[in-house]
Design a protein around this ligand. Structure first.
Ligand code: F6R
Length: 634
């Protein structure tokens, strides 16, 4: 989704803006732009310089290099189109009618139509199709009123105008604003879209995501909802919704994990697939070490008092996170005996089930910024708070890869999956980290409910401890096999993925990965559903990928796969090597593991299969068209 990067200080900022935007590139975008204020008349006032371009950031950075805009303050933006197609005109920053105010925005202004109609009636002409353009016009009108009343053109005047405008905006947003008549001021604000301030030496920054600050500063302060910050080269003033000055100490960004480096891999996605054994090992070292105290099945940060109150679980998530949650729900119900339902966060918000007592609500989001998931969680909290009945209290848990995200700030209990930053838009190692967190919760609930014997719990833990080594072997083998066969699928238009039981969500995830990065239409089904409709699609041009793991539904999946083969479909198996696997035209063999832990392995060939097809087609694997890493609009 859109990324904002802004800076104010005492040196030229145009190349800093370019560097900052590059660090936000992984979030996804289709155009980009910057605005700076060139100081004139000894800093009394200045001139706005704008550079914008459609497409990749390199187009903008080349433009900046060719004609560097001057200025010690600037705002930058990578746009992911919501209102108006990707084009230079719709790219941010947007200017007011006087050409003195520039604004970048991430979010959606829901009442923009009403506001723009009013502005047009006042004779204001719009140049773009965006919802953002109303903001600079509205700020400009407020400033005109203040100047008419005799106020001076300075940062405080801009602050007051911005505060007034924000009070009439509906929706979610993060904005950064500059005004040529206040060249030593940068104004930023947020409502339910992420924005982080950075404290440098003699300069201050603002970005949509903390990794964009690395390399400039490690001292950062996330803005809270509805806060406005006024940045000058000398410092930052923070204000709440009511205009009250706020004082909070910044934090320090830890770790080297925020430095994204492709190492020798061709794409981040491949590197991240290869990092999964490490993700699993780190998770095991943290949560499932060999020396756990006797009465602890897992070292998750969840209090026993909360566990005692939980009779059922509901999980809210989107996309890949939802698939990890579905594996989790299977484990929590079938292994630990806790009724669990998974909801599309975007649906839950507008059609929630009737309130159930003693329910744990889990929000799952690798970015921790997904607007649908955050909104659904907020809605659930609100309606539970309203009942005032303690049986209906909001017991909450977040599972995320970003401990510095909105999700982490808004929920009291968090499992940090600790996968390290993921740059590829298609989630891989964070999917594994999310599933592992659900294995942890399953061990916890299973020992709490005593649904499983001590031996069964120990067996699951021991199987999990073997996963990192198994992943290493699997990735190596399947990387070469998928590379070898990728060319067979380059012209494929449709692929069907089949799985059952605990591997049904993996079929969904395999289909999603293929769609996202190779643009091949793919659909995942529970294998038993094939004969109820999708089988009509099958012929020699529609390959079927079938996940068949020995266990409860092994024979059934094999028969469902046979049904596909009988319709001439090319059959690709994710299954252990053996006489049964001879039905497959291609086999991604997996070790004979317990069905419970199998999703941690069966997903690997599917990730590599999608990756190599997309790479073979020469597609932009890490930044597939139309997608964003952090989906901050509903
Ligand atoms: C798929 C993918 C998306 C995300 C979804 C939710 O590879 O990455 O489907 O899973 O947008 O994102 P998070 O997990 O950040 O809430």
């Amino acid at each position: 989704m859109c990324g904002i990067f802004a800076v104010i200080g005492s040196r030229e900022v145009s190349s800093i803006l370019g560097d900052g935007l590059r660090k936000l590139e992984y979030r996804g975008y289709d155009s980009a732009g910057i605005a700076t204020i060139e100081n004139l008349n000894n800093g009394q006032f200045g001139k706005l310089n704008i550079r914008k371009s459609e497409g990749k950031l390199i187009n903008l950075t080349n433009l900046i290099k060719k004609k560097p805009p001057k200025g010690h303050v600037g705002i930058g933006h990578t746009r992911w189109a919501t209102h108006g197609k990707p084009s230079e005109i719709n790219a941010h920053p947007h200017l007011d009618f006087s050409g003195q105010i520039a604004v970048v925005q991430n979010g959606i202004i829901e009442n923009h139509r009403t506001l723009s109609e009013k502005l047009q009636l006042q004779g204001i002409k719009f140049t773009s199709e965006t919802d953002t353009e109303i903001i600079p016009h509205l700020i400009s009108l407020e400033i005109e009123k203040s100047l008419d009343c005799g106020l001076s053109p300075n940062g405080q005047t801009l602050l007051t105008a911005v505060q007034k405008v924000l009070s009439i905006l509906e929706g979610t947003y993060a904005i950064a604003v500059i005004w040529s008549q206040a060249p030593d001021t940068l104004l930023v604000a947020r409502r339910q879209a992420p924005l982080v301030l950075g404290f440098g030496e003699g300069e201050f920054f603002c970005a949509s995501d903390s990794p964009a600050l690395v390399g400039f500063t490690r001292t950062f302060l996330p803005l809270k909802d509805n806060e406005v910050a006024l940045l000058t080269p000398l410092g930052i003033e923070l204000y709440d919704d009511f205009g009250n000055r706020q004082h909070r100490a910044p934090s320090f960004l830890k770790g080297t994990e925020l430095f994204a480096d492709k190492r020798n891999f061709r794409h981040f996605m491949l590197k991240e697939i290869y990092e999964q054994p490490e993700t699993a090992q780190l998770w095991i070292d943290r949560f499932l070490p060999m020396d756990l105290p006797k009465d602890n099945s897992v070292a998750l940060p969840i209090s026993k008092s909360m566990l005692g109150k939980i009779e059922q679980i509901q999980i809210l998530a989107c996309g890949t996170s939802r698939h990890a949650s579905m594996v989790g729900a299977y484990l929590l119900e079938q292994f630990a005996g806790i009724p669990t339902k998974v909801y599309f966060a975007s649906e839950f918000r507008y059609s929630p089930p009737p309130l159930s007592p003693n329910t744990l609500t889990i929000g799952v989001s690798q970015s921790g910024e997904t607007a649908d998931t955050l909104a659904a969680l907020r809605m659930e909290k609100e309606r539970r708070d309203l009942t005032k009945d303690s049986d209906f209290s909001f017991h909450q848990l977040g599972i995320t890869n970003r401990i510095d995200s909105s999700l982490s700030r808004e929920l009291d209990n968090i499992i940090d999956i600790g996968s390290g930053i993921e740059i590829g838009v298609a989630a891989t190692k964070t999917f594994l980290g999310q599933m592992l967190s659900f294995y942890g919760l399953t061990l916890l609930f299973a020992s709490h409910t005593q649904k499983r014997s001590h031996q069964e719990i120990s067996k699951l833990s021991d199987d999990l401890r073997l996963i990192p080594k198994q992943l290493t072997d699997l990735i190596k083998r399947h990387d070469s096999l998928s590379k070898e066969i990728a060319h067979l699928f380059v012209d494929t238009k449709d692929v069907i993925f089949l799985g059952r039981g605990i591997n049904y969500p993996i079929a969904l995830e395999g289909a999603l990965k293929l769609k996202e990065i190779s643009y091949i239409h793919a659909q995942g089904y529970p294998a038993g559903e094939l004969k109820h409709g999708p089988i009509a699609l099958l012929d020699q041009h529609v390959p079927v990928v079938s996940i068949a793991v020995p266990g409860l539904v092994y024979e059934k999946v094999l028969s469902n796969s046979q049904e596909a083969k009988a319709r001439d479909a090319r059959l690709i198996g994710i299954a252990p090597h053996g006489s049964e696997s001879e039905i497959f035209d291609e086999l991604f063999s997996i070790p004979k593991v317990s069905e419970w832990v199998s999703p941690l392995l069966t997903v690997i060939p599917l990730q590599l299969f999608s990756y190599h097809i997309a790479a073979h087609k020469g597609l932009d694997v890490d930044q597939p068209r139309n997608l964003a890493k952090s989906v901050t609009v509903e």
